[in-house]
Every structure is written in structure tokens, then in C-alpha cells.
Ligand binder design. Structure first.
Ligand code: HEM
Length: 223
């Protein structure tokens, strides 16, 4: 509670919740890439994961809390920054002002909207107006492969996901280095390394996640 009551504390909470989400994004990417191994790759992976309900639910609770805190604090921070005198920007003086940095609130809100849509799409599996393919594969497992392949066969869905991945790229290309700044780890010596780390990781996310709708849309992964 004390952490949330001052602005540095709120930045630390945003950094920690952001890091938790980045960890999830790394794990989720590794799991999703098993789609390139065909139905036996991703369906077996999903079955193993859902065989560990305690892990799944603990992750859901932690991630939902992290996402909620991150969004509420980011809106507050943006409003505070807009109302503040120029000296309030002193904390950020080492960071370059980039397109990604200036638009964090917009790429973040877009990602929030994407996550809500994505949960309805592949977890709840019910989106008004979208036909979501659901069934079991030849081994009696839920057929995640067919669901995802059918989804990205539609141009609008594939484009929505690629645009969201571009927003993820922009958000994290600034967000990861900003995390180190908020945690007080950034200085003249460490900054180039953190900058590079943030850029490399966000490019990996863009190419890794983005490759899935693109490969499916162009028929490189097919039933
Ligand atoms: C091309 C990109 C992506 C694909 C193909 C994809 C695929 C999937 C699939 C198939 C599921 C359902 C898993 C299951 O129930 O067995 C899922 C769940 C989920 N995805 Fe993604 N995902 C993508 C990107 C992302 C990104 C970028 C994020 C976060 C920023 C994300 C966050 C989630 C979350 C939070 C869940 C719910 C996990 C749960 O509680 O069951 N996904 N995704």
C-alpha cells in the first residue's frame, strides 16, 4: 500500500508487474511455437499444461492481478505526467524520447484490448460473429492446432493479431529498458546493455508471435 502511495513506488510496481508479464510472454511464445511441429506439437503441449490445473490457475490469478495493477497505474501516471511541471520529467531524463516512448499509453491500451479479445477468442472460445473451430483430434485431445489454423485463415483475424504484435513490439521496445530505469538499475554504464536487451527481446517477440498468423495465412502451416 505504501508502495502505491508515492509516484516512485508506483513506477516500481509498474516495473515489477511489467516484468511478470514479460516472463509470461516468453513462456507463452515458447509454447505457441510448438504449432510449427504440427498438431502433435501444440495439442500435446496444451494437454500437458491443462493437466496441471494448479499451475494454470495460480498463473491466471497472478497475471490478472499484474495486468489490472499495470493498467490502473499507467493511466494514473499518464494523467499525473500531463498535469505535472517540466521538473517531473527529471526521472526520465536518461531515456531517449522515441515514438515508442511517447505512445506507451496508446500501445498499452491497444494491448489491453487485444488481451480481452484474445481471451474470448482462444480461452473462452466465444466471440459474437466469429466462427471458432472446436473439437478433439485423433488422440482425443482438444484440437488447439485446428482452432488456431482456422482462425488465421481469415485475413481480418490474421491482421488483427499482426497489428497487436506490432503494438507489443513498440510497447516492449521502450518498456523493457524503462523497467530497469524504474528499478534504479540504469546508469551510464549499464544503459547501452539494457537498451540492446530490450530491443533484441522485443524483436524476438515480434518475429516469433508474428510468424504464426503470417505462416498460417500463407499456407505454410496447414491442416
Ligand atoms: C500469434 C500470437 C498468439 C497466439 C497464436 C496465441 C495462442 C493462444 C492460445 C491457443 C491460447 C489458448 C491456450 C489453451 O487454452 O490451451 C492462448 C491463451 C492465452 N494467451 Fe495467447 N497467443 C498469442 C499471443 C499472445 C500474447 C502476445 C499474449 C499476451 C500479451 C497472450 C496472452 C494469452 C493469455 C493471457 C492466455 C490465457 C491463458 C489461460 O489462462 O488459459 N497471447 N493463446
Amino acid at each position: 500500500m505504501r508502495l502505491l502511495s508515492d509516484s516512485i513506488g508506483r513506477k516500481v510496481v509498474m516495473a515489477i508487474t511489467g516484468l511478470l508479464m514479460v516472463l509470461f510472454v516468453v513462456g507463452h511464445l515458447l509454447g505457441n511455437l510448438s504449432i510449427f511441429a504440427g498438431p502433435n506439437g501444440i495439442n500435446a503441449y496444451a494437454e500437458k499444461l491443462h493437466g496441471l490445473p494448479q499451475v494454470v490457475w495460480a498463473t491466471r490469478v497472478v497475471m490478472l492481478t499484474a495486468v489490472a495493477l499495470h493498467i490502473v497505474l499507467s493511466i494514473r501516471l499518464t494523467l499525473e505526467n500531463r498535469a505535472a511541471k517540466p521538473t517531473a520529467y527529471a526521472v526520465d531524463r536518461r531515456l531517449r524520447v522515441t515514438f515508442a516512448g511517447k505512445n506507451m499509453i496508446w500501445t498499452g491500451l491497444l494491448l489491453g484490448g487485444f488481451i480481452a479479445f484474445h481471451l474470448l477468442h482462444f480461452t473462452v472460445r466465444s466471440v459474437p460473429g466469429l466462427d471458432i473451430v472446436q473439437g478433439l483430434d485423433g488422440h482425443g485431445r482438444f484440437d488447439v492446432f485446428s482452432m488456431v489454423v482456422a482462425a488465421f485463415g481469415h485475413v481480418v483475424t490474421a491482421v488483427v493479431y499482426v497489428v497487436a504484435m506490432a503494438a507489443l513490439f513498440l510497447h516492449l521496445s521502450h518498456g523493457i529498458q524503462s523497467t530497469f530505469q524504474s528499478l534504479g538499475l540504469n546508469n551510464a554504464k549499464t544503459m547501452p546493455g539494457f537498451l540492446k536487451f530490450g530491443s533484441v527481446l522485443s524483436v524476438i517477440f515480434l518475429l516469433g508471435y508474428g510468424s504464426i498468423p503470417v505462416a498460417i495465412f500463407f499456407g505454410l502451416i496447414a491442416k
